[in-house]
Design a protein around this ligand. Structure first.
Ligand code: NAD
Length: 493
């Protein structure tokens, strides 16, 4: 396939790594194909860099740090806003690239570009507000306070389900704080990352400040984690890999932020209109074909409205159109690859073998090899893989519960703690659930919960730290305390 012919600006399609402001070939001859998950066609090839080339990216970032941190915050803000403007101006091309490599429907990809760009604008401004503090002194004739300083080079390792926004949510925060970044995108979706690099260059972001390295995932990550000059790791991906990287960062005692798996519960109270709740649950479950850390994975419905809820859910789910995300009127694209389809089929088989009922979801209707039709299962139980694992697939499992205490116990019965949904209009129930749910984010009567102003992140094994909001930039800042002594008589000391 000739991908560049699909773009109004073909230079946004790059098949090289981007290091120190230069498009870089691999020196060992290793390269990987990138496929369109909807058609199986090869979209292009990316080089796998050699270890010394990854170290060269660290050298470049180290050199760039000196100048980038020395810029005034408003100067960094201007560069980031120029990047934001270019993301907006090239929104359609970025969305096309994303749909081709990731599979999500084009309107969803446009939404992600918008969402991803919004973090650049947010952090461009937040960089101007990295205030220190003045501390009332307990030491005679001294002035005490804190300064906020950039932590240093940040390695950013990101997943394929949100190929653009998961980069900007980290990179914009780090760069606004004064840190250069080395991005290692998922091998399945490198082209969005490389287009971001092309636009960063056009925006006047200096060489070495935004680098994109490509390579064998475990090898590149290990190098970055072991490298003492890299001071921070920000990772979004599975809990399995997150644990591994946390361990690998121990020797160099890095600042680590982790945005990991979800397995969100979706609790529907007895007072809810079952149709309204079912429609919301469909929307919370099937976005990005269920490959979403916020996907409603365990749907808990009060027994008094369970059957009606299931009927409405099935009706709404059956109306979803599954197909190639480049075609109009498609609600759900393919899964990322055949392996994901195999995993999804295994999870459904396991649930049925343990007593679940398949209400809807006929895989013979799938329009291609990497597609998985949405599935609704009732009779979900805790011994099923669907309960125990993050399915990362369009499989909805529903379980009935008897009272709020049972709903809370079930919802919290997971190693994950990213997000939970609650649907009820009973204010006492809302408050009780809000306080009792062990999740970093609880959304009441709303599917949409994310965006630049909010602190995104999980508790338990869903991660460490928060992205976005007024605290997201702190992940890339050190607090330096100062004591200015022997000042003579200082007012207030
Ligand atoms: P993944 O953990 O397999 O991969 C994430 C990144 O790590 C990729 O860049 C990949 O190349 C790299 N990687 C893979 N194996 C590695 C290894 N052995 N050593 C070092 N690096 C390795 O995750 P994924 O499949 O790309 O993404 C899906 C996961 O991401 C889900 O668990 C999802 O919940 C999570 N996620 C979380 C958030 C959040 O904000 N909490 C957002 C999106 C996705």
């Amino acid at each position: 396939m000739n991908l560049s012919s699909k773009l109004s600006d073909p230079r946004l399609f790059r098949q090289h790594a981007y290091v120190d402001g230069k498009w870089t070939h691999g020196e060992g001859g290793r390269e990987e194909a990138v496929f369109d998950p909807a058609t199986g066609d090869a979209l292009g090839y990316i080089p796998w860099l050699e270890p010394h080339q990854i170290r060269a990216a660290v050298d470049a970032a180290e050199a760039a740090f000196v100048h980038w941190r020395a810029l005034r915050a408003d100067e960094r803000c201007e560069r980031l806003l120029a990047w934001y403007d270019l993301l907006q101006a090239n929104r359609e091309d970025l969305a096309i690239l994303m749909t081709l490599e990731q599979g999500k429907p084009l309107p969803d990809a446009r939404g992600e570009v918008e969402y991803g760009a919004s973090f650049v604008r947010w952090f461009a401004e937040e960089g101007k507000r990295t205030f220190g503090e003045t501390i009332p002194s307990h030491i005679p004739n001294a002035a005490l306070g804190t300064l906020k300083e950039p932590v240093g080079i940040a390695a950013l390792i990101t997943p394929w389900n949100f190929p653009l926004a998961m980069i900007t949510r980290k990179a914009a925060a780090a760069m606004a704080a004064g840190c250069p970044v080395i991005v290692k995108p998922a091998g399945e979706t490198p082209f969005s990352a490389l287009a971001l690099a092309e636009l960063a260059e056009r925006a006047g972001i200096p060489p070495g400040v935004f680098n994109v390295v490509l390579g064998e995932p475990a090898e590149v990550s290990q190098l970055l984690c072991a490298e003492p000059r890299v001071k921070a790791l920000s990772f979004t991906g599975s809990t399995r890999v997150g644990r591994l990287l946390l361990e690998q960062c121990a020797n160099t005692v890095k600042r680590v932020s982790l945005e990991l798996g979800g397995d969100a519960p979706f609790i529907v109270g007895p007072d809810m209109d079952p149709r309204e709740a079912a429609f919301a649950a469909v929307s919370a479950k099937f976005q990005t074909s269920g490959q979403d850390c916020l996907a409603a994975d365990r749907i808990l419905v009060h027994e008094s409205i369970h059957d009606e809820f299931v009927e409405h859910f099935a009706e709404r789910m059956s109306a979803l159109t599954v197909g190639n995300g480049m075609e109009s009127e498609v609600d759900m694209g393919p899964l990322i690859h055949a392996q994901a389809v195999g995993k999804a089929a295994g999870i459904v088989d396991d649930a049925i073998s343990k007593g679940a009922t398949l209400v809807a979801g006929d895989q013979s209707q799938a329009p291609g090899e990497n597609f998985f039709m949405p599935v609704l299962l009732t009779g979900l139980t805790r011994d099923m893989r669907l309960w125990q694992e993050e399915s990362f697939a369009p499989i909805a499992g529903v379980m009935a519960y008897a009272d709020d205490d049972e709903a809370i116990a079930l919802a919290n019965d997971t190693e994950y703690g990213l997000a939970a949904y609650v649907y009820t209009h009973d204010i006492r129930r809302i408050w009780k659930l809000l306080r009792a749910l062990e999740f970093g984010m609880v959304s009441v009567n709303s599917v949409k919960m994310t965006g630049p102003p909010v602190p995104f992140g999980g508790v338990k094994q869903s991660g460490l730290g928060r992205e976005g909001g007024i605290t997201g930039i702190d992940e890339f800042l050190e607090t330096k305390y100062y004591c200015l002594g022997a000042l003579g008589s200082v007012s207030g000391s």
